[in-house]
Design a protein around this ligand. Structure first.
Ligand SMILES: [Zn+2]
Length: 509
């Protein structure tokens, strides 16, 4: 990190060692700013549902206009061994059909392809074979496939199985600033896989401590505030220990970090931006700790208002995802070398698990305006960021819930289907939301192995097509581990893939 203002002890030492403080020769071909937007559990049908609510049309979200579009396969080692048998995963001899079988799952995600695939391929009972968020994020953060639950750690949990993440590599090789933000706890699987290493995503206190005391990203913003999310016995925070929280609260972590948190009666967007401005001015890191019951921020609430869609903030005490994005960019853009940041809307997944269509619309809207805010940020003039040095990607980590919109009855602009409490489609003794008028349907409460979409714009995106179909011939499918290489390559860093893949060409017939 080389900053216009000092950046704590580290940059003072760096400056002392290399006076005068000159930027390295600009590396004009490579991307300097990487923004990865992640809709957890978001599949194309989710995007279409939100787009229809907001506009009455199918492909009108902010990322639907981006010039690069393809599809991502995201199976993990657990999925692979579900299909191929326990112990069958060998990273040097991967058979692609055991990860994602194009002949059974389709070349394109539903509804781009509406026939020629088997529902049963995605809906094993009691739980479909599919990645979880930890192994999925590990794939694009490290280039390795791993088991369910692992964060930047090799499958089978060997000692010393820690894997270097894309954030760590870009910090080390390019001096990039790094950041993660999420609407769910900052120590939850998706953000954590970029900035911590653990054999279990559930070791929240250790993960939070590794993030804040060891990795020390330049920006960490998320839920998990211990005032709202406690352990069962109410003796400690669930996602961050009370001891760690108290260090920030008491000011002991200043000047390393500027700290902002949820406070009763205070506008979270304002408190977060004020902290970001202070961090940017003083050349410090930012930790924004928000969240509500269960650790995640209360999801925005769409109103049933035919022809006049309206989404309300559930509380003003938490920032929206857009506010997290703008606060993070305020801090990260101070770094003249560049940055890597992952922005997650993590509640789309929670909505899908509960088959909650309204919440899914509210959370996807949150991401829609957050991506638009980032696009506008790059488009504004007077700074160093342009589409010639910035790469913005939007994707998802896995499908969830097997949502299907009933096309003849598809809800229009501002319309929410009637939702009532009932039983779950895959478990008649559990409660889920149901849709008695049949406008939409769900088939599971779990993740699915369905393809998800990838959207991109900016430097490097023009060469992404060379990755399509390499592992899944005759398709426009990229593997989630290839996202690691595609982002690093855009930044001018080459890392060889540890995986050897044998591609079946059956789908070409
Ligand atoms: Zn999930």
């Amino acid at each position: 990190m080389k900053k216009s203002a000092g950046f704590g002890l580290k940059s003072l030492l760096a400056a002392a060692a290399a006076l005068p403080l000159l930027a390295p020769a600009a590396d004009a071909q490579n991307v300097k700013y990487i923004m990865l937007f992640l809709g957890d559990g978001m599949q194309l049908e989710t995007e279409i549902a939100a787009s229809r609510y907001l506009t009455g049309r199918d492909y009108e979200l902010s990322w639907h206009k981006l010039p690069y579009q393809s599809n991502v396969a995201h199976w993990d080692v657990t999925t692979y061994e579900g299909f191929a048998g326990k112990g069958s995963y060998d990273p040097k001899a991967i058979l692609n059909v055991y990860g994602y079988d194009v002949t059974k799952g389709g070349r394109l995600p539903y509804p781009l392809q509406r026939g020629g695939f088997l529902d049963s391929y995605f809906l094993q009972m009691p739980k479909p074979y599919a990645t979880d968020s930890a192994s999925a994020a590990t794939a694009w953060a490290t280039g390795y496939k791993t088991d369910d639950g692992n964060l930047a750690w090799l499958p089978s949990d060997p000692a010393n199985g820690s894997l270097k993440t894309i954030a760590e590599i870009l910090r080390e090789t390019k001096d990039f600033a790094i950041g993660v933000t999420s609407t769910v706890p900052f120590s939850h699987a998706t953000p954590a896989a970029h900035v911590s290493h653990n054999v279990s995503r559930n070791n929240y206190h250790a993960i939070a401590d590794e993030i804040l005391f060891k990795t020390k990203p330049d920006v960490v913003i998320g839920g998990g505030h211990p005032g709202w999310a406690r352990n069962r016995a109410n003796t400690n925070g669930q996602y961050i220990s009370d001891a760690t929280y108290n260090l920030f609260k008491s000011g002991a972590m200043f000047p390393q970090y500027i700290f902002a948190e949820r406070q009763a009666g205070k506008d979270g967007a304002q408190s977060l931006m004020a902290a970001a401005e202070a961090a940017a001015r003083q050349g410090r890191r930012l930790f924004g700790l928000y969240g509500g019951p269960g650790g995640h921020q209360e999801s925005p609430e769409p109103q049933h208002a035919p022809g006049a869609p309206e989404v309300k903030r559930a509380t003003t005490e938490n920032p929206l995802m857009k506010d997290q994005v703008l606060a993070a960019l305020k801090v990260l853009s101070q770094d003249r070398d560049g940055f890597f940041v992952m922005f997650e809307q993590g509640d789309i997944d929670w909505a899908a698990h509960g088959n909650d269509y309204a919440r899914m619309i509210g959370t996807t809207w949150d991401m829609h305006i957050a991506v638009q805010a980032a696009i506008d940020y790059v488009n504004q003039e007077g700074d160093d960021m342009t589409w010639d040095n910035t790469l913005l990607l939007v994707t998802s980590d896995h499908g969830n819930s097997y949502l299907r919109i009933n096309r003849p009855k598809a809800p229009g602009m501002g319309v929410l289907p009637k939702q009532v409490e009932g039983v779950c489609p895959d478990n008649l003794s559990a409660k889920c939301l149901n849709y008695p008028d049949g406008e939409v349907s769900y088939r599971t409460t779990h993740h699915t192995n369905e393809l998800v979409r990838l959207y991109g714009i900016g430097k490097g995106a023009e060469s992404f097509s060379k990755w399509e179909g390499v592992w899944y011939p005759c398709t426009q499918i990229i593997d989630n581990t290839q996202l690691f290489h595609l982002m690093l390559e855009a930044a001018g860093v080459q890392v060889e893939s540890p995986l050897k893949f044998t591609a079946s060409r059956e789908a070409c017939n």
